[in-house]
Design a protein. Structure first.
Length: 252
């Protein structure tokens, strides 16, 4: 099986203008990879590129199929050696299922978190398969395994991406494309104001552990930091109900 090296790759990370995406982009660049980040706001991308020389950028809206197609064409033309896609696209908003307004949030979450990564895979997989060694890294969440009741659609989309990743890995098993699922726990980013939550994992600590795991486990199917294992293995270890109850308490 072809496995991912931690350096010498050409990596595209859409949705990488802040938080985990930007942090991962900077760590991968520092490790000796060519990194292209994507986002909707050209001025923000320009600012990041100016602050971090060597980071390449492209405008992309992962909710828009035509924008994905345009960005894919641009990235593959300028970086024909592209061999790693981090299919990262996500919004996380609270929903009250008794409020009819929740439906708009739910639909937008599905388009962004589920259709976005699937469309990215569709746009880039053929080119990745032509590389001698390639990887698709999907980004799920500990909430893919035990939902946060306050964010039901977010949790459901992450569970769907986990399932999609497993199925994609089987379908691509005889190709050069490795499929890796990255499942973060609650991490201190602006998502749901987690940067203000002292119980969330500090972003730098998360990134330290992710880079160590990528380096030490090149054939990994999942990248699981220690903090996420409580959720990841809750059902297998008979703790699902208690973890769900704890997450229900945090949701109130």
């Amino acid at each position: 099986m072809v496995t991912m090296d931690i350096t010498g790759n050409t990596v595209f990370i859409p949705g990488a203008t802040s938080g985990i995406g930007l942090g991962l982009a900077l760590r991968l660049h520092a490790a000796g990879n060519t990194v292209i980040i994507g986002g909707r706001r050209a001025e923000l991308l320009e600012s990041i590129a100016a602050e971090h020389p060597g980071i390449h950028t492209v405008v992309i809206d992962t909710t828009d199929p035509s924008s994905i197609a345009s960005a894919a064409s641009s990235v593959l033309a300028s970086h024909p050696s592209l061999n790693v896609l981090v299919a990262m696209a996500g919004i996380m908003l609270p929903e009250n299922l008794r409020d009819p307004a929740f439906l708009e949030v739910a639909e937008r979450t599905v388009v962004t978190n589920l259709l976005g990564p699937i469309r990215l895979v569709a746009a880039f997989e053929p080119a990745l398969e032509r590389q001698p060694s390639a990887a698709i890294i999907t980004v799920t969440s500990g909430l893919a395994y035990v939902p946060l009741p306050a964010t039901p659609t977010y949790s459901a989309t992450k569970a769907a991406i986990h399932s999609f990743s497993d199925a994609m890995r089987v379908q691509l098993a005889d190709t050069s494309v490795q499929v890796i699922e990255l499942a973060p726990p609650a991490t201190q980013t602006t998502l749901m104001n987690l940067d203000q939550n002292p119980h969330a994992l500090p972003l730098d600590d998360f990134l330290d552990e992710v880079m160590q795991l990528l380096a030490s486990q090149p054939d990994a199917e999942q990248i699981l930091v220690e903090r996420v294992k409580n959720q990841r293995f809750a059902e297998a270890e008979g703790r699902y109900a208690s973890v769900l109850a704890a997450q229900s308490g945090r949701a109130n």
